[in-house]
Write a protein that binds this ligand. Structure first.
Ligand code: AHG
Ligand code: MN
Ligand code: MN
Length: 335
């Protein structure tokens, strides 16, 4: 543990180095981190406190809502609703955005989140996480509008995630560097454990749900074949790893090097993942770590969502691998 640098101390130091040099921004990030600590505690006791299973409801995405989805969502909303610097929130679990109680008129920031990513893994004790992003809003002094949220990822002020795995980690960027913290449950603090995370330039892992293979474009199939054929030097030792929690697959690939893909397919021409809650924040992180993110043709951070729940194909990881995917789509045909 490098000098016991706590997350709060680190956020303060980073904030001083760049234009969000305000106490407001620091308080906001610290509150998001606190919410993830509470979720982490609930996740770790899930089997004991009767929070496993489904609520019986279906969310705006048409997916079954798990009890922990609701707990994580309520926790984030509850903590952020009280912050005067936050104007409004957008959550994967909510149909519409929510103006906050304290900052709806004058808050400068908008916060988007996927409160619990990897819901299908909750009941089987497999790693899940929380993903978030922060935008500045174009105008203060009025209530937020839908349009305020529809910004390209390149406008993000910060993005990050918590991953509830063998330990709980919090990873975030404000654009320059990516830093990772591990929760010390005894101290109750996130401590800097992975300073300046850089994506290794090697393709150790490829992550895709291959059960969709028959629905993939010829280009996507060609890419996955060329990686798993191991003929090219870069892909000689590449191995397949797919957890089914984007945040966990992403985190592993960020540390080992590799590429994750949830491409377009003939059943889902826009893929499955959400631009606002999943693709934009992880794209900001991967670029800050030296990698790339694409929808198969275009840089994710250049795309503007047309709604809060817009879906997008996502190919994210090493630059060389993402470029190779794009080239395969051009050469063999996309969806
Ligand atoms: P969420 O749990 O937030 O709805 O997200 C689930 C996503 C993502 O975490 C994962 O990569 C993907 O769904 C897995 O989908 P498949 O089961 O279709 O592979
Ligand atoms: Mn998700
Ligand atoms: Mn989710």
């Amino acid at each position: 543990m490098a000098d016991f640098i706590t997350l709060s101390r680190h956020i303060l130091q980073r904030a001083r180095q760049h234009r969000e040099a305000t106490g407001d921004f620091t308080i906001l990030l610290s509150h998001i981190a606190t919410a993830t600590k509470v979720v982490s505690r609930q996740v770790s006791r899930a089997g004991l406190i009767n929070v496993l299973g489904k609520t019986g409801e279906t969310n705006v995405q048409g997916e079954e809502v798990q009890k922990l989805d609701v707990i994580a969502n309520d926790m984030l909303i509850g903590l952020l609703d009280d912050l005067p610097m936050v104007a409004a929130l957008a959550s994967e679990e909510e149909d519409d955005f929510l103006p906050t109680r304290a900052g709806r008129l004058n808050g400068r920031y908008l916060v988007c989140f996927d409160p619990l990513d990897g819901s299908t893994n909750i009941d089987v004790n497999v790693t899940i996480g929380t993903i978030f992003s922060i935008f500045r809003r174009p105008e203060v002094g009025r209530e937020a509008r839908l349009q305020d949220f529809l910004q390209p990822g390149s406008a993000l002020v910060a993005a990050g995630y918590a991953v509830y795995g063998s330990s709980t980690m919090f990873v975030y960027t404000t654009g320059q560097a990516v830093d990772g913290f591990t929760l010390d449950p005894g101290v109750g603090e996130y401590l800097l454990s992975h300073p300046d995370m850089r994506l290794p330039d090697r393709a150790k892992c490829i992550s895709a749900n291959v059960s969709n293979r028959a629905l993939w474009s010829p280009g996507t199939r060609a890419f996955v074949d060329l990686v798993t054929d191991h003929a090219e030097p870069r892909y000689k030792k590449t191995t397949t790893r797919y957890i089914g929690s984007l945040v966990a697959d992403f985190h592993r690939n960020l540390i080992y090097g590799g590429v994750f893909l949830y491409p377009a397919d003939s059943a889902s021409p826009n893929g499955k993942l959400r631009l606002l809650y999943e693709a934009q924040p992880l794209a900001m992180i991967i670029e800050a770590a030296g990698g790339a993110a694409s929808d198969g043709r275009r840089r994710i951070l250049d795309l503007v969502p047309d709604g809060l729940h817009t879906r997008v194909p996502l190919i994210i990881g090493g630059k060389a691998d993402v470029e190779r995917f794009e080239a395969c789509e051009v050469e063999h045909g996309g969806t």
